[in-house]
Design a protein around this ligand. Structure first.
Ligand code: NOJ
Ligand code: MG
Length: 373
């Protein structure tokens, strides 16, 4: 299914957003997690309602992972094999496509000191096997992208971090992705992306911003053209005080903006993961980001990456509140696109500030304001 409206080719809602239990470091789950097949049914509902055209998942969002059976996805007798087929049947029937297949390298305690960059070679080997399994699952679902989120590849203690190995291990891990895709002749993948984040869950992450990610791809990987970046805007870049308008423009100039993770954020806070346009700030930056995407004639997938507010979690209505969350995200995207469309390119202006104020009047459909002199 396609959306193809302005800069948005498809609207995507990932499994982990809809199924978030809304826990935080100070409190446990507010909502029970749904079984992955139930989440697939919710996605199918959203597809049929015309709210989304695609979804994404981590391997663990769909099926359990057992390091003792790293190839269970290939075994027709396994639960994994059966569950993947049941989920695919539900998504296919609704015409939903898969934007990205992602390996969860952050949940299992084994990965507490990193996944692809873990200092222990045995953990790095297991992480690569988990990546291979996710790539196979993505091939089965016809996913467009493989995503590497920097996750627990980071540090707290510089004095023990093996600085001469960190970026070599990271490059080896990401080159493994392209080697495996090539070896297995996986033709479904249009590319792979790095998703940067400055901190959380680690004190510092090894690829903190889109600039770091793009530089690493271009300078260090065997197949730089296959790789791009999926920035998370506003959240991850705002945590590092970056500006979304500049981030998308910079990545487009390098042909590295593959798709966008979309939500809202209070600058310099922890990862709020607010639904788009929700929260006390970020409206202007979000609208200006879509204005820039339109100016630059970019089109791609806008994938929500957020969850409902913990305060609006409704355990007694776990399905309908999740449906409302999807409606809210898609409404916010439509509002942001509409607001961006209203902004006219400035002609002659008295000052940069007056051009900025005019863009706000355009955006808000505000008539010339009368000032009292
Ligand atoms: C969870 C992170 O919070 C999110 O930003 C990221 O996109 C996914 N994991 C992908 O791994
Ligand atoms: Mg994200």
């Amino acid at each position: 299914m396609r959306y193809d409206s302005g800069c948005v080719s498809q609207r995507s809602m990932p499994f982990w957003c809809v199924n978030s239990p809304l826990s935080d470091p100070f409190g446990g789950p507010v909502m029970e997690k749904l079984d992955s097949l139930e989440v697939a049914r919710l996605m199918a509902w959203a597809g049929r309602e015309g709210l989304i055209e695609a979804t994404s998942y981590h391997d663990d969002d769909l099926v359990k992972w057992d390091p003792a059976h790293p190839e269970d996805d290939l075994d027709p007798a396994s639960d994994t094999y059966k569950k993947l087929r049941e989920i695919k049947a539900v998504l296919d029937e609704a015409g939903l496509e898969i934007n990205s297949s992602i390996t969860n390298l952050h949940g299992h305690s084994m990965f507490r000191d990193g996944g692809l960059c873990n200092p222990d070679p045995e953990i790095r080997r297991l992480a690569q096997m988990k990546v291979a399994r996710t790539l196979r699952i993505g091939q089965f679902f016809n996913a467009k992208y493989f995503v590497y989120w920097v996750a627990r590849d980071g540090f707290e203690v510089p004095v023990i971090t093996q600085w001469d190995q960190v970026y070599e291990n990271l490059a080896a891990g990401l080159d493994f992705v392209t080697d495996y895709i090539e070896k297995e002749k996986m033709t479904n993948y249009l590319g792979a992306t790095v998703e940067p984040k400055p901190n959380e869950p680690r004190g510092q992450m090894f690829l903190p911003t889109s600039g770091h990610a793009a530089g690493f791809i271009c300078g260090k990987l065997k197949k730089p053209d296959f790789w791009g970046v999926n920035p998370e805007l506003l959240q991850h870049e705002s945590m590092a005080l970056m500006n979304a308008v500049m981030t998308v423009s910079y990545l487009i100039s390098l042909n590295k903006l593959k798709f966008i993770h979309f939500g809202s954020q209070i600058k310099a806070q922890f990862d709020n993961d607010f639904p788009p346009l929700v929260g006390p700030e970020g409206l202007k930056e979000t609208v200006m980001m879509f204005y820039a995407l339109k100016q630059l004639k970019w089109q791609g997938v806008i994938e929500y990456d957020c969850h409902m507010l913990r305060s609006e979690g409704t355990p007694q209505d776990a399905v309908n509140s999740r449906k409302q969350f999807i409606v809210d995200c898609t409404t916010a995207l439509a509002m942001a696109l509409e607001l961006a469309d209203r902004i006219k390119t400035p002609g002659v202006y008295a000052s940069q500030s007056s051009a900025d104020l005019q863009s706000i009047r355009d955006m808000c459909n505000l008539p010339e304001v009368k000032i009292t002199r």
